[in-house]
Design a protein around this ligand. Sequence first.
Ligand code: AMP
Length: 219
Amino acid sequence: MSQNIIVLIGPPGCGKGTQAAVLSELLDIPVISTGAILRAECESGTPLGNSVKATLAAGELVSDDLMNQVVASWIVRPQYANGFLLDGYPRTVPQAIFLDHTLESLDMPQPTVIHIAVPDTVLMERITGRQQCPSCGKVYHLRHTPPARDGFCDHDGMRLMRRTDDTEGVLQERLRCYEEVTAPLIEYYREMDFNSVDGGENPALVLEAIEAALGLPVW
Ligand code: AMP
């Protein structure tokens, strides 16, 4: 069976999480979200979680070595043998080089990269209004996609949460990190199977653009 390995790159708030969830269903491959893995570790108070908590709270990046170890230990799990979608990794050129080598050593194909581009002003507005269900992960926006019942998930009725790093000050740091270390990734990947889509549109249109880039039938 051919393995689909997809990397989603884009600034915080570009819609990676939303698109990853839909693509995962469409392509029938699971998502590996490094941000979600780290947040779960922090909430469970594991040694890994405790070691990265302050970094996440400040909107800074966790070290390449640690992230590479985390991802290397996940992608060898049986549920990822037929492919997977990476949301939030790689985020630096050294992480991308590590991923390439790891995939090669596992006899897996090189990834198809989807870059979701969105201007900073749109990101700030999106992120500061974002709320998420801690149970199913569904993302809402207070103005654009509010839940039917204020503060509660439509899907499972859980109380919605705001990510502690979704404040304006922390977002500015996350955007600065993105420009400094993640934007060069785009140059690294441009020579490979690289596709850039306009993420400033609504999620359905962004999905259509991604489907077209992946050569999938657009519904
Ligand atoms: P995200 O949910 O992708 O926005 O990630 C939330 C936070 O987790 C980031 O601001 C970083 O502190 C950390 N993080 C997630 N993925 C990575 C990565 N690949 N490299 C470094 N830090 C990461």
